[in-house]
Design a binder for this molecule. Structure first.
Ligand SMILES: [Zn+2]
Length: 85
């Protein structure tokens, strides 16, 4: 089984693979996976986040030791234009 979904089985008090899992949307708009415990057949449900964060967004920028960040001072306000008079 490729996409085995793990959920908490209240009967066995352990994480067990969910069987016949299907996504349901609750009244409050939350998404959940509903199915039965593959081990004992107890009905189980697990909340899932409807929108998965993209790996690029979640991944923190890796600090490259080779390119040390140069502390650039804040750019001064643009100088007033010299009066051309
Ligand atoms: Zn179970």
């Amino acid at each position: 089984m490729a996409d085995e979904f793990m959920a908490y089985c209240v009967k066995e008090k352990a994480q067990k693979p969910m069987k016949d899992g299907h996504e349901v949307i609750l009244k409050n708009g939350k998404h959940a996976m509903q199915g039965v415990c593959a081990s004992c057949g107890t009905k189980m449900m697990k909340f899932i986040s409807s929108k998965k964060p993209t790996p690029a967004a979640t991944a923190a920028p890796v600090a490259d030791p080779s390119s040390e960040p140069t502390t650039t001072p804040p750019a001064p306000p643009s100088p007033p234009p010299a009066p051309s008079a």
